[in-house]
Design a protein around this ligand. Structure first.
Ligand code: GN1
Ligand code: MG
Length: 359
């Protein structure tokens, strides 16, 4: 990052200390500290977000709405640069500056069911507070981001274009992805029958996108680039994908991938405490499916990137994306093995959370 970026935000780069912060696969983040306090600086990858102005427009619209309807809600909006714009550009990237919320912290590895509960509650709360906001007012910052139909098409295109050696290396993973295509067929039907409504959805519900206070209560959700119209199965599904197993998507020892049923229950409780009154019966019936949907889609995306020669996700060793694919396929397998007991747990909880008035 060039020091000019800080200057553009009115922070003299000689006075501010910069340190890497967090661990995203797409955007880079720094903590900036100096005379006027602490900030978060984020770099937005131009190759991924083709039109970052859409992000800024979405955030302004949401901030405006929430200020009026939920003034106490902590909404982490970016700070304007000296020229009044929310984004500063150099040749490769866009940058934005956010206030550092004092007394807050993020969590990189989820180690307690309580964290899953708090996070699910924050993601549920976000969508609930925006229930009166027409999602169609938002721009698609990443068009077709969680469109599983398109991800399947991209995977097929990658298959058609991949070279023979790569195809051989991934033969078993390709077979497994094809064997689970029914997961994509269900999605196709959900969309074509308009079974569930569009809502304001976060689309990146990893644990490090939640701010916690010093007592480990959830404060709010952050990293709002992918907030756009979507289906709730994206948010709940990505929580399943990233909270249920103690071993995350980078784990190479696949035996460590196990489903923690108590975390599933925690996600259910946290999310439904907020959204139990809002979701339709059709949406609720897809609660378990949401995990299949997101785990499968991530497996496909990692595999397509491997086949394409690692052009999208940051990789740090050869075969990294193939390993991630194996990891996600293992997670999917474990998740499906737990289906009966997880479905039962959701069913038992449904009576408790249907109609509880969200706070
Ligand atoms: C990317 O940048 P990060 O790590 O928050 C990706 C997500 C994937 C995730 C997998 C814009 O998120 O969709 O789930 O990697 N974001 C984008 O780790 O593609
Ligand atoms: Mg992120």
């Amino acid at each position: 990052m060039s020091p000019n970026i800080l200057d553009a935000f009115g922070l003299n780069h000689n006075d501010y200390h910069t340190k890497a912060f967090g661990s995203g696969l797409i955007n880079s983040t720094w903590e900036i500290s100096g005379p006027r306090g602490r900030y978060i600086l984020q770099c937005i990858n131009k190759n991924v977000f083709k039109n970052p102005q859409d992000i800024a427009d979405n955030l302004s619209a949401l901030e405006h709405y929430l200020k009026r309807t939920s003034p106490g809600y902590l909404f982490t909006a970016p700070l304007p640069a000296l020229n009044g714009k929310l984004l500063v550009e150099d040749s490769d990237n866009y940058y934005r500056l956010l206030p550092f919320i004092g007394g807050s912290h993020t969590v990189d590895f989820i180690t307690q069911g309580q964290q899953a509960y708090e996070a699910a509650k924050q993601f549920g709360k976000f969508t609930r507070l925006l229930n009166g906001f027409d999602p169609r007012q938002l721009k698609y910052t990443l068009p077709d981001f969680h469109n599983l139909n398109l991800r399947v098409e991209q995977f097929k295109a990658a298959l058609a274009n991949a070279d023979k050696v790569v195809l051989e290396k991934a033969a078993e993973e390709i077979r497994q992805v094809e064997a689970h295509i029914a997961i994509a067929d269900i999605y196709k039907k959900i969309v074509s029958d308009q079974q569930i409504p569009l809502r304001v959805i976060h689309h990146d519900t990893k644990i490090n996108n939640v701010l916690f206070d010093d007592d480990n209560n959830g404060l709010c959700v952050i990293d709002l680039d992918t907030v756009m119209p979507g289906y709730y199965i994206s948010d709940v599904g990505d929580m399943m994908r990233t909270y249920l197993s103690a071993a995350n998507e980078e784990e190479r020892d696949l035996d460590k991938i196990k489903i923690r049923e108590d975390y599933f229950i925690a996600i259910y409780k946290g999310y439904m405490e907020e959204m139990g009154d809002v979701l339709t019966p059709a949406e609720k019936s897809l609660f378990f499916y949401s995990g299949k949907f997101m785990i499968y889609m991530q497996a496909i995306r990692f595999l397509a990137d491997f086949l394409n020669g690692d052009i999208y996700y940051h990789t740090s060793y050869p075969g990294h994306n193939l390993l991630r694919t194996q990891n996600q396929l293992t997670l999917l397998k474990r998740y499906l093995e737990s289906e009966n007991s997880l479905q039962q747990a959701a069913h038992d909880l449904e009576k408790v959370y249907a109609g509880t008035n969200a706070r």
